[in-house]
Design a protein around this ligand. Structure first.
Ligand code: AMP
Length: 285
């Protein structure tokens, strides 16, 4: 496994592997089984499998969240190795954003609602770093989790609007046995919150069940979420909203693919999750 520490080192590796198909899994490290699914998929579908690990300061709108973001590089490297990763790209902040750095990618409009509203500047940081990672790796395919549903939609649209020659692959959310979506932030939950947190997925599943039974009115579906999530002892709800799956615009009725996106807080820890609804979604099967 080769480690590249600067954009120049990464590009040199690409040049030496010009003829091989290249897959990229962008992460911020603290790898868990969700990331591992992305790595496996990348390994299977590409000749050169690249993992990037970079805790991107410009996508954190709250500095303490960046400071407290879990980091465990030794463990990450052994997981990467285990999955047959060929290259780990782990640049440092000064090489990514040298003194005087100012160029940014303005995110597409799908970045405006939900996370975009709650975390101003977040997606501008994401689109900028993703563009830099695409440029440094010249990946043919890049793998993103559906856990961050809006991020996936933003990246898809970014690639369309700016003609990046990369195929974006969305990967299903990997969950703990009790349904909690795996996230690097879960380790920051205290014991009581960790016990309570599976209610997020339970409430989302209740919404999917109601929808499957024929309820297509968004208001009724959102109320179902509130009813189940209301039983939580400690969760603070930030938003729970059913949206069009590709634009994330508000809708009144589900007639096309849709998604319910939620963001909640347990103490200082913010968690997001979602469930796809409507025609073609697994919730309808
Ligand atoms: P992060 O390191 O949290 O920025 O995540 C890196 C990539 O892993 C993103 O594309 C995430 O959507 C994806 N990811 C994070 N958690 C999960 C999960 N539980 N299941 C599938 N993919 C995930």
């Amino acid at each position: 496994m080769i480690i590249a520490k600067t954009p120049a080192e990464m590009r040199a590796i690409v040049a030496a592997n010009e003829s091989r198909s290249r897959g990229l899994v962008p992460t911020m490290g603290a790898l868990h089984a969700g990331h591992e699914t992305l790595l496996q998929r990348c390994r299977t579908e590409n000749e050169l499998s690249i993992l990037s690990i970079f805790v991107n300061p410009i996508q954190f709108n709250v500095v303490t969240d960046f400071d407290k973001y879990p980091r465990n590089i030794e463990r990450d490297l052994s997981i990467a190795e285990h999955h047959g990763t060929d290259v780990v790209y782990m640049p440092n902040t000064d090489d990514m954003y040298p003194e005087g750095f100012r160029s940014h990618i303005e995110p597409p409009s799908v970045a405006d609602p939900l996370e975009g509203e709650m975390r101003p500047g977040h997606f501008r940081g994401v689109t900028t770093v993703v563009a830099k990672l695409f440029n440094a790796t010249s990946a043919h395919r890049a793998y993103f989790g559906k856990k961050d549903f809006q991020q996936l939609a933003v990246v898809r649209r970014l690639v369309e609007e700016l003609d990046f020659p990369v195929e974006i692959v969305g990967v299903e959310t990997v969950r703990e046995e009790d349904g909690l979506a795996m996230s690097s932030r879960n380790v920051r939950l205290d014991a009581a919150s960790r016990l309570d947190a599976p209610i997020i997925h339970r409430a989302l599943r209740a919404v999917a069940t109601l929808h499957r039974a024929g309820e297509a009115r968004v208001e009724a579906l959102e109320n179902e979420f509130l009813k189940v999530a209301g039983q939580s002892r400690s969760m603070r709800l930030e938003y729970a909203s059913v949206r069009d799956a590709s634009t994330l615009a508000e809708i009144d009725m589900i007639v096309r693919p849709a998604v319910m996106c939620v963001a909640v807080w347990y103490g200082e820890v913010r968690l997001i999750d979602n469930i796809e609804l409507g025609p073609g979604s697994s919730a309808m099967q």
